[in-house]
Write a protein that binds this ligand. Structure first.
Ligand code: MN
Length: 260
């Protein structure tokens, strides 16, 4: 049997508590300085919230978008990147949330995406069991400093600055699977100031949500609290201050932000 790190920590905590009670002294543990806040997402129909562990995003998961980004999707295995969890901007249903135009970019792009939230995880999850790990879904935006992403890519440097910045992950509240089911097809779209820019169907994904979970779990152990941005359709493009973005996925409430 192998002891996981948290089991060892748990064992030590119990030992410490025993020692404290036996000696009659409160055993103060180490004080945590500068602890980051937990990032949470509201859950529709309950006052409970979903605590986020990691944000995974798949790249180039719709054929036409992959081609517009200069790839040949027929030869490409799925690839993933991450955003920091505090990049999340929670957007309420029915509100038009102010979304800050970020620093350093002159080509700030929208990417509307279905987001899956996990209630359990593991390694090497089989494709046909993968959806059992999904807690729920929401609509998200994978906001992108496209100029910086492309410049870094051209220099074979990490995408970080183009993808993983503050507020780069606006999303709506999570709907439980029991409320909305799973999303293997259905319309997905994004409009700017009332003009539709991105319009596709979830069934056009190259790698389904189930396949994404299976593939991700080969590379990383997945855990409850992980969320997965499942890729954007083609016709990504720039936004400017004042633009109002309206994101739609059939079966979920709309997500809307104003660029400020
Ligand atoms: Mn994306």
């Amino acid at each position: 049997m192998t002891l996981r790190r948290r089991d060892i920590i748990g064992t030590l905590a119990v030992a410490g508590a025993t020692l404290a009670s036996e000696t009659g002294h409160a055993q103060a543990g180490p004080k945590t300085l500068f602890a980051p806040a937990i990032t949470t997402i509201p859950i529709v129909g309950t006052s409970d919230v979903f605590a986020v562990r990691r944000i995974y995003c798949i790249g180039r998961n719709y054929e036409a978008h992959s081609r517009e980004m200069g790839s040949d999707p027929t030869r490409e295995p799925p690839f993933f990147f991450q955003k920091p969890r505090d990049a999340i901007q929670n957007v309420k249903v029915g509100e038009v949330a102010d979304h800050p135009y970020p620093s350093l970019t002159k080509n700030y792009h929208h990417e509307v995406e279905l987001v899956a939230a996990l209630k359990s995880g593991g390694r090497n999850i089989p494709h046909d069991k993968a959806l059992e790990h999904v807690f729920g879904y929401t609509v998200g935006l994978d906001m992108t400093r496209r100029d910086l992403q492309q410049a870094m890519g051209n220099e074979k440097k990490p995408w970080e600055i183009g993808k993983s910045f503050d507020s780069s992950a606006p999303l709506g509240p999570i709907h439980k699977v029991e409320q909305v089911g799973h999303f293997t097809k259905g319309a997905i779209s994004l409009a700017i100031n009332g003009v539709v820019r991105q319009k596709a169907d979830l069934s056009w994904m190259i790698w389904s949500v189930a396949e994404q979970i299976a593939k991700l779990s080969e590379a990383f152990e997945l855990f409850p609290g992980d969320i997965i941005y499942s890729g954007t359709p083609d016709n990504v493009g720039p936004v400017v201050k004042g633009d109002v973005l309206l994101c739609k996925i059939e079966g979920l409430p709309d997500l809307s932000v104003r660029i400020t």
